[in-house]
Design a binder for this molecule. Structure first.
Ligand SMILES: *Cc1c(COP(=O)(O)O)cnc(C)c1O
Length: 431
């Protein structure tokens, strides 16, 4: 099937991470997120090994935890002695709650508040990824009050042309993130850092976008960043320790997407980085990458129960589920493609073309359109595949819908990693 952790057993049921998904539905209820912890570990260590082998000893991935943030995920990354990237004080808190070694954390965000900065400094976050001069000044002020020096990276925007690379939209010159190289702001910010006390500049960061299937945009971004680094070396004799190329490798959501060998891609990119460094006559900095989606997406799946079915003769069909945009807003937000299957009838003919609709009072609450499944009956189990990234982390309580649990599966054994929200939880904050 789509990924190696998916198969069909002799009962015609969908298996995920070696477990019958219909059994999970019976035991834990629906909707529920399932997370294949073994695949999370495998994916992250693939990056670790390939980056070390091809990009040098000091090169490594940071898990972009905004893709999937709960206490257990930080424990998994800890097991591999990995680093993380966090973008909010809530993610910071969750990592601290997991006992994560915060010296291995990189703190992002384009608008960190004074309180966020204080929190990061108190918890001894290893690196702040500084987005702008306001933040730089506040970090310096607070670090000096604490008598410490904070290591930082600067987020710069390489100005990758969105017309050449349509899906890429965070590295443009007019992005809300970072200091653009093209306008000279990045160099000004760099100069400002050199005269700012209590901060130590370790390198530069760029993130060009997400769900990118080619290595070329990364190579282009690396080239622009390395040219900038070479200029700073020549003009200011500055030695860059880290070049962080951000996240963004694509994931296979449907049969239309390619099968991707991440180690192979890292190898290819490393060769291109080496060539750029030779062209600019500089020593290669340690390379960091921040994969989120490509670590967790295929390690996740969501199960739902089918309720009502509607056939509008000559128009379209609907199958309704007991979840929707509250647990997976990505179709409503971006028309993201997903693969949907009837988990309890995997061998039946898929002759019913329908729209999978959620339970919210919102016409846009859809999971996918034009899905071919066997004609469902009430109580069938629908599985939406590859939902490990940006589903749980983007979930909401719209319509006062409680969030589903995360059932983590390790070595074929399921357990509750995040319990299901209750109605009492929904009212717990109400005065
Ligand atoms: C979102 C994000 C990532 C992760 O991107 P993926 O596409 O999930 O790999 C990495 N770094 C930064 C700064 C991000 O904003």
């Amino acid at each position: 099937m789509l990924h190696k952790n998916l198969s069909v057993n002799s009962a015609g049921h969908l298996e995920f991470a070696g477990v019958d998904t219909t059994e999970i539905a019976k035991e834990y209820g629906t909707p529920a997120y399932l997370v294949d912890e073994n695949l999370v570990l495998e994916n992250f260590s693939t990056y670790q090994k390939a980056m070390k082998e091809y990009m040098g000893e000091g090169s490594m991935p940071l898990f972009a935890s905004k893709a999937l943030s709960y206490t257990g995920i930080y424990r998994l990354i800890s097991e591999l002695n990995g680093c993380i990237d966090i973008v909010s004080p809530g993610e910071l808190y969750t990592a601290v709650n997991a006992g994560f070694d915060m010296s291995r954390a990189f703190f992002h965000g384009s608008n960190k508040t004074d309180a966020d900065i204080a929190f990061g400094l108190k918890e001894n976050v290893g690196y702040f990824v500084v987005d702008n001069v306001f933040e730089l000044e506040e970090i310096s002020k607070q670090a000096s009050a604490l008598g410490k020096t904070q290591k930082i990276l600067l987020r710069v925007t390489p100005g990758i042309d969105p017309h050449t690379h349509a899906k890429i939209n965070t590295g443009k010159v007019d992005s809300k993130f970072g200091a653009p190289i093209e306008t000279g702001i990045a160099e000004k910010l760099f100069c400002k850092v050199l005269e700012t006390p209590n901060v130590q500049l370790e390198g530069f960061h760029s993130h060009i976008g997400s769900q990118i299937f080619e290595t070329e945009p990364f190579s282009d971004a690396a080239r622009i960043m390395l040219e900038f680094i070479a200029m700073l070396h020549e003009k200011y004799q500055f030695e860059t320790n880290y070049l962080n190329l951000g996240g963004g490798f694509g994931v296979r959501y449907t049969e239309d997407d390619p099968v991707i060998d991440y180690a192979e891609r890292i190898k290819k990119l490393s060769g291109e980085i080496r060539e750029h460094c030779e062209d600019f006559g500089i020593k290669q900095p340690n390379i960091l990458m921040e994969p989120g989606r490509s670590i967790v997406a295929a390690a996740g799946l969501t199960i739902y129960e089918i309720g009502s079915t509607k056939e509008i003769e000559g128009f379209k069909n609907y199958a309704s589920i007991d979840g929707g945009m509250t647990d997976n807003p990505r179709y409503a937000l971006y028309q993201s493609p997903y693969t949907c299957v009837l988990a309890n009838r995997m061998n039946d003919e898929c002759d019913f073309v329908c729209t999978i609709a959620g339970r919210c009072c919102e016409s846009g609450d859809l999971i996918q359109e034009n899905v071919a499944i066997p004609k469902p009956t009430r109580g069938d189990i629908l599985a939406v595949l590859v939902t490990g990234a940006y589903n749980y982390s983007m979930a909401s309580n719209y319509n006062r819908v409680p969030r589903p649990p995360i059932i983590a599966i390790r070595d074929g054994k399921p357990r509750v990693a995040v319990r299901r929200e209750t109605y009492a939880d929904l009212c717990a904050l109400d005065a």
